[in-house]
Design a protein around this ligand. Structure first.
Ligand code: ASP
Length: 436
């Protein structure tokens, strides 16, 4: 059994958190490959090391004085080393990094040092080998992650190490400079490592006990999801659910490796399993409920629209030319509505209306704003009669008017559009009906 274990920033924010992480690693022999993030926030107002590194580099790039902020960064590491009682000095590393900053070694290089230094400390603390991500994770000339080369090299290198720490977030370019993934990218590194060693599980340790069934700030409840499929997660992530970096799913998904989201501060909690397939339904039937405000609808009316071949294409072409993507397309016989984010329309509204008028000569066209979308997601909904009825009953009982309905063809989700002012009540109503 092999587990790849990634720890997020709050799980490694200080020596106490490091101790918890090490205890977790040592609790199971299968936890062989560790992917650390940089130290995150220790308390709400704290600043993540990655953010400090960006700030520090910006100052260096402008030729400013970095003395104070660099000292703050290195002190965080010194405190961790001291708190762990390690016989390790990173002073040489600090000096080299500072010189590199002054010599403008690149923004990505700067940011990556957060994970690099944390990896060195972790390797020393738990007695695992350290493997620099720059030697095993590669980007192509165009800056796009090179999954094939990475997989080949990583597989071969890791086969020679029974236990290793591979810092998250970065890799190298063909010219040997450092490149990072986008923010939160240590999740991706963990997933890549899991694929390379064909892990049985990719454990992603964070500060919550798994994915919440709905935003706790809205529903005032903290129930977590036991099992969720990749497709369900994708539907929920699209609606603002954030647990993992979006790109972290792909490497493990192709390899059929489940992800287990766990809580470093509550290691006995089973967390959430993210899997490719799951025949069983959650007891609640609904796996998760997520939603977002900030949508608009373009409503187009024209008699006999349904008989006009190419009508839809001509309308969508207008959006395509403006490089605007739409979310949903509910339509009636003589009406077509396009739901899209209000931000995408801004600055473009009049032009889009006029262009659609020119393209299809509608009887009427108008744009309504202030729409919120709610996605009710559950793999069990497909085979369970009455689910949609329960969703709409719950919304009606919350005194909310439904403005749009869309059921994905996979029957994995029902999307409901409501006025933004009704968003919270509708979401709570649905949550109450299914979850408690
Ligand atoms: N440290 C990086 C960030 O803050 C990457 C990560 O934590 O995943 O975005």
């Amino acid at each position: 059994m092999i587990k790849v274990v990634k720890f997020g920033g709050t799980s490694l924010a200080d020596a106490e958190q490091f101790k918890k992480a090490a205890k977790i690693i040592k609790a199971e022999e299968s936890r062989k490959y560790i992917v650390p993030s940089a130290p995150g926030k220790r308390f709400k107002e704290d600043i993540k090391i990655t953010d400090m590194l960006y700030q520090c580099y910006e100052a260096a790039a402008k030729g400013g004085d970095i003395e104070e902020i660099f000292e703050q960064i290195t002190n965080r590491y010194r405190e961790i080393i001291k708190g762990l009682d390690l016989n390790l000095s990173l002073e040489n590393e600090f000096r080299q990094i500072k010189d590199a900053f002054i010599n403008k070694a690149g923004r990505d290089f700067a940011a990556s040092r957060g994970e690099y230094l944390n990896g060195l400390i972790m390797a020393e603390y738990i007695g695992y080998d350290f493997i620099d991500a720059a030697d095993v994770i590669f980007f192509g000339e165009n800056g796009v992650f090179d999954s094939e080369k990475t997989n080949e090299v990583l597989k071969s290198v890791l086969s020679k190490h029974e236990h290793a720490v591979i810092p998250g977030f970065y890799g190298s370019m063909p010219n040997d400079t450092i490149k990072t993934f986008s923010r939160g990218g240590s999740d991706i590194s963990g997933s890549i490592v899991a694929r390379a060693v064909m892990a049985d599980v990719y454990e992603n340790w964070t500060d919550v006990s798994g994915c919440m069934m709905a935003d706790p700030r809205i529903v005032n409840d903290y129930k977590t999801i036991d099992i969720i499929t990749y497709r369900e997660l994708r539907e929920l992530s699209y609606m603002g659910f954030s647990v993992l970096h979006e790109d972290a799913v792909f490497p493990v998904k192709v390899a059929g490796i489940p992800i287990n989201i766990r809580n470093t501060n509550a290691p006995d909690d089973a967390g959430t399993m993210i899997v490719s397939e799951c025949k069983e339904y959650n007891k609640t039937l609904v796996t998760g409920i997520a939603g977002k405000k900030g949508f608009s609808v373009i409503i187009i009316e024209k008699d006999m629209m349904n008989a006009e071949i190419g009508f839809g294409r001509r309308v969508l072409e207008v959006l395509e030319k403006q490089e605007i993507s739409f979310e949903h397309l509910p339509s009636g016989i003589d009406t077509m509505s396009i739901v899209l984010s209000s931000a995408a329309l801004n600055g473009n509204r009049d032009y889009i209306k006029e262009a659609i008028c020119r393209a299809v000569e509608p009887d009427n066209i108008h744009i309504e704003d202030g729409l919120a979308l709610i996605a009710v997601v559950g793999r069990g909904m497909k085979n369970t009669k009455g689910t949609a009825a329960r969703v709409f009953k719950a919304i009606a009982e919350s005194g909310v008017n439904v403005r749009m309905i869309d059921q994905g063809s996979s029957e994995l989700n029902i999307i409901i559009g409501v006025d933004e002012v009704d968003f919270e009540s509708a979401l709570c109503g649905i949550y109450k009906e299914f979850v408690n």
